[in-house]
Design a protein around this ligand. Structure first.
Ligand code: HXC
Length: 291
């Protein structure tokens, strides 16, 4: 059975490989259904948005329908005042084995250019709430790029990262050459992009691509714990902190420091900054209201 992708249906073939767990995957906010992802709220206080890629037969290859649903789920979590962080994960075998090669196989330059192919993937990198990628198994090509669009990457011990597009006669197209180089430096990024070789979780940690490595079966719960920790802080201030760190990839040091200073000053216009410092002085836990 084939599922018709919802956008760019004119340009794209229907996504292949029906997902195994379809019926339980409900759109948590409106009662609708997702076909390629599972969307839930996790954590003790249900304040962590959880998105699990769910195309197991295709190793979570990122077809257009899946990425369109990802955008919708992220929009819903952005709009949900209870959600303070988001976790994106796959299965133990694959986070995502890349963009869907079968879907791309017969595309032309003209279709790509006129339709701005894959532009909607950028939604992941424009989310204002902190996003954690929990990577088990393969994170290849667009899968590695998806992880790198997130703010924090946690890896399972058997995770493998790579940009194998060169072996398909193409190059990374969702930020791989840029984000990987910023994360691990030129030499390793060049090696991965030019050979298509993969690195394991430990090498990814040593090179700065991931922040922590866990046994595979603990990865998701550790990512949720991290999400809960983040969500317990002020969502307003977290967004400012994320904006400031991300500016380090866009601005000169002087410009970045100026932006940081302005955002730091701006925190003093919030109730949460006042509450945070008052709680410290009063030796109690801060209770942030996101105001
Ligand atoms: C579509 C894919 C896929 C992909 C795997 N599958 N990766 N389908 N797109 N990217 C499918 C296979 O066709 C197969 O389905 C099933 O998943 C299982 O894969 P196998 O190859 O049988 O598994 P295995 O032998 O364990 O090898 C796993 C693997 C290999 C090493 C991950 O599947 C692989 O090399 N995949 C391609 C990885 C890749 O090149 N990624 C970059 C894609 S390009 P069937 O039904 O056929 O048996 C890209 C460009 C990004 O991401 C540009 C911007 C977004």
């Amino acid at each position: 059975m084939a599922f018709l992708c919802r956008s760019a249906a004119v340009l794209l073939k229907p996504c292949r490989a029906a997902p195994a767990v379809v019926s339980a995957a409900r759109l948590y906010s409106s009662g609708g259904q997702y076909e390629y992802i599972v969307v839930e709220k996790r954590g003790e206080n249900k304040n962590v948005g959880f998105i699990q890629l769910n195309r197991p037969k295709a190793l979570n290859a990122l077809c257009d329908g899946l990425m369109t649903e990802m955008g919708k789920a992220l929009d819903a979590f952005e709009a949900d005042g209870d959600v303070g962080a988001i976790v994106i994960t796959g299965s133990e075998r694959a986070f995502a084995a890349g963009a869907d090669i079968k879907e791309m196989q017969n595309r032309t330059f003209q279709e790509n250019y006129s339709g701005n192919f894959l532009a909607h993937w950028n939604r992941v990198s424009t989310v204002r709430k902190p996003v954690i990628a929990a990577v088990n198994g393969f994170a290849l090509g667009g899968g590695c790029e998806l992880a790198m669009m997130c703010d924090i990457i946690y890896a399972g011990e058997k995770a493998q990262f790579g940009q194998p597009e060169i072996l398909l006669g193409t190059i990374p197209g969702a930020g791989g050459t840029q984000r990987l180089t910023r994360a691990v430096g030129k030499s390793l990024a060049m090696e991965l992009v030019l050979t298509g070789d993969r690195i394991g979780a430990q090498e990814a940690k040593q090179s700065g691509l991931v922040s922590k490595v866990f046994p595979a079966d603990q990865l998701v719960s550790e990512a949720i714990k991290c999400g809960e920790k983040i969500a317990s802080n002020s969502k307003l201030i977290s967004a400012m902190a994320k904006e400031a760190v991300n500016a380090a990839f866009e601005l000169t040091l002087a410009e970045g420091n100026r932006l940081e200073k302005r955002l730091f000053h701006a925190t003093f216009a919030t109730d949460d900054r006042k509450e945070g410092m008052t709680a410290f002085v009063e030796k109690r836990k801060a209770s942030f209201q996101d105001k």
